[in-house]
Design a protein around this ligand. Structure first.
Ligand code: 5GP
Ligand code: ZN
Length: 113
């Protein structure tokens, strides 16, 4: 996906503030943080959004959810945090590469919609 922003970040073609990387997952600070801690966790493989998760690629999503608590602990989010994935235009998805927002560092508003 040559035209995908997050693929370019994963590949190092666009700089980012990396917080975690392994063979299949990359995590970096959001450029426009919505909370004191705002990190994006993405699979290295290009999956457009939650609708692109299949039996064949869901292993990486399961792995992401083992990485998220490690990042949260490393960031000191001992009081809790929120994990969000926007899927499609009604959800406000702006980058078409599956990503999970980690938001924390303060008491977050409870608004869900
Ligand atoms: P979405 O709205 O698709 O759920 O989330 C996309 C996120 O990517 C937004 O929070 C936005 O601030 C972030 N973002 C967009 N462009 C860049 C960029 O070039 N670098 C980083 N680090 N984050 C970005
Ligand atoms: Zn991509």
């Amino acid at each position: 996906m040559n035209d995908c922003l997050f693929c370019k970040i994963i590949g190092g073609d666009i700089p980012s503030k990396k917080v975690y990387e392994d063979d299949t997952v990359f995590a970096f600070r959001d450029i426009a943080p919505q909370a004191p801690t705002h990190i994006l966790v993405v699979p290295k493989v290009h999956i457009p959004d939650c609708n692109g998760i299949t039996d064949e690629n869901s292993d990486v999503v399961a792995h992401i959810f083992t990485v998220i608590p490690k990042i949260a602990a490393a960031e000191g989010l001992t009081n809790g945090y929120r994990v969000v994935s926007n899927c499609g235009s009604d959800a406000g998805q702006t980058v078409q590469h599956l990503h999970f927002h980690i938001l924390g560092g303060k008491a977050l508003a409870l608004q869900m919609a």
